[in-house]
Design a protein around this ligand. Structure first.
Ligand code: ZN
Length: 476
């Protein structure tokens, strides 16, 4: 039985999907005006593991993660650069996809973009106006009227007066209440804009997620996720918009992950203690970063430090050491280990506990290896299988020990480097070893592994051609 902590009820609840066997889930994605930092990496890895575990449990998961490709920060950055905002967002969307691929994040089922969902947003704003949940302010912007929605503050667990007292004093007096928030913003001269019944302008941030989630998943779905800092006001506002528009419940279960901290301070740009995924991937293998993120429970803080990353590296080395040099074997997943692992994951995705099961398993394989190598090899199948559920241990152990940094798609390493691009080419020996691994995987009908190797080579600019006489390769 899977139990998940619901931020709305502030307790762990047994997970029961709306439609048996299916899970519909929405996660607030990135605002694309800069590179992903470690906080984003945490978000992506956490929900990647949530999706992997739900799928491992047999659910058919529809995972939607949006891209915010229009907002004030994007407009400002594009103006500073003297470029079109779409050129800016296209570049950072491509960079984000590279970072996520490097980290082994499975792509979402759908990845809607705000600029492609204008019609849905306009429809929802019009509905809110028709139902008197919204009004046009004295400056022409459209606002949501918080006082009309009696459940406002339920997610934040605060009364309206307390929220008002905590909200920043607004200089503008275009709206009736400081808590009211903008649904449609009139464009200033020179800003990108879209036509609407209320004049040319652009959507507020909150309406974007309500409209896109409803469009992709329906007006009532299972899980909505995001960072703790999105709980209020972003998610509170999403609930207010969506439930007012539909007249019924929006989301059953809200999941929020904790901050990334550096020396006990929140990692943020303004504090200058800020690391991009690229910075980190130049120093650590992607799998080390993933293990580091999963070694803290998602709801707690994650402490970023060299010491913790080194610790993750040592832990991953232990796991790969257990897999190293064992003969190929076939065996079912060992039930007692699977049960222990499942118990941890079913307890609100307790990944530190699940990793502890993997370390115990590695220790057991090492113990067995000296007396009974065949049993050790059979048990290693379980370690690989459980590792896959959290996105770990899918590389060849030799590749790991040779420094899989080389196996990161060359583009990931080169994008931030000054021109001309630095590309790390794979050696002929390495390419042939990978092709041999792929051939073995194909013989064993392990299509996922064969595909993984093909994509990895493709990303390094190596094109494969399968012929009756074997696999030929060439550099692109
Ligand atoms: Zn959102």
């Amino acid at each position: 039985m899977l139990r998940i902590y619901n931020s709305l009820t502030r307790q762990k609840e047994e997970f029961r999907p709306i439609e048996p066997g299916k899970v519909r889930m929405y996660v607030c994605g990135m605002t694309v005006y800069d590179y992903c930092h470690v906080g984003h990496a945490r978000a992506m890895v956490v929900f990647d593991v949530v999706v992997r575990w739900l799928r491992a449990k047999g659910y058919d998961v529809t995972y939607v993660r949006n891209i915010t490709d229009i907002d004030d920060k994007i407009i400002r950055r594009a103006q500073e650069n003297g470029e079109d905002f779409q050129a800016l967002t296209a570049r950072f969307i491509a960079a984000m996809h590279e970072d996520l691929a490097a980290l082994g994040i499975l792509p979402p089922t759908r990845e809607p973009r705000a600029t492609e969902a204008m019609a849905e947003m306009l429809t929802m704003i019009q509905t809110l106006l028709d139902k008197s949940f919204a009004y046009i302010g004295t400056n022409g912007d459209v606002y949501y009227d918080v006082s009309r929605f009696d459940r406002y503050g339920r997610l934040a667990n605060k009364r309206l007066e307390d929220l008002r007292a905590g909200s920043r004093v607004e200089i503008e007096d275009a709206k009736d209440d400081p808590l009211d928030f903008v649904l449609w913003k009139s464009a200033k001269p020179g800003e990108p804009s879209w036509p609407s019944p209320w004049g040319a302008g652009r959507p507020g941030w909150h309406i974007e997620c309500s409209a896109m989630s409803t469009h992709c998943l329906g007006a009532h779905f299972d899980i909505h996720g995001g960072g703790m800092d999105l709980k209020f006001p972003h998610h509170e506002n999403e609930i207010a918009q969506s439930e007012a528009a539909s007249g019924h419940r929006y989301v059953n279960l809200w999941m929020h992950y904790g901050f990334v901290q550096v020396d006990d301070e929140k990692m943020s740009k303004s504090l200058g203690n800020f690391f991009t995924v690229r910075d980190v991937l130049r120093r650590y293998q992607p799998e080390v970063v993933r293990l580091f993120i999963l070694s803290s429970h998602y709801r707690g803080p994650l402490n970023y430090s060299d010491e913790n990353l080194e610790h993750a590296k040592a832990s991953l080395t232990r796991l790969y050491t257990a897999l190293r040099g064992l003969p190929r074997a076939e065996a079912p997943v060992a039930e007692e280990w699977r049960t222990r692992f499942a118990r941890a994951m079913d307890d609100d995705f307790n990944t530190p506990e699940a990793l502890a099961v993997l370390f115990d398993l590695a220790r057991e394989i090492n113990r067995l290896r000296t007396e009974d190598e065949a049993s050790a090899a059979r048990l290693s199948i379980t370690l690989r299988h459980l590792g896959e559920v959290v996105g770990l241990l899918q590389n060849n152990p030799e590749g790991f020990f040779q420094g899989v940094l080389i196996d990161v798609p060359s583009a990931v390493i080169s994008v931030t480097a000054p021109a001309p691009e630095i590309t790390i080419a794979l050696s002929k020996e390495r390419i042939e070893a990978l092709i041999a691994e792929r051939t073995a995987a194909r013989k064993a009908k392990n299509w996922a592994e064969a595909d993984r190797i093909r994509v990895l080579l493709q990303e390094a600019g190596i094109v494969l051609e399968d012929t009756p006489k074997g696999t030929l390769w060439r550099r692109e």
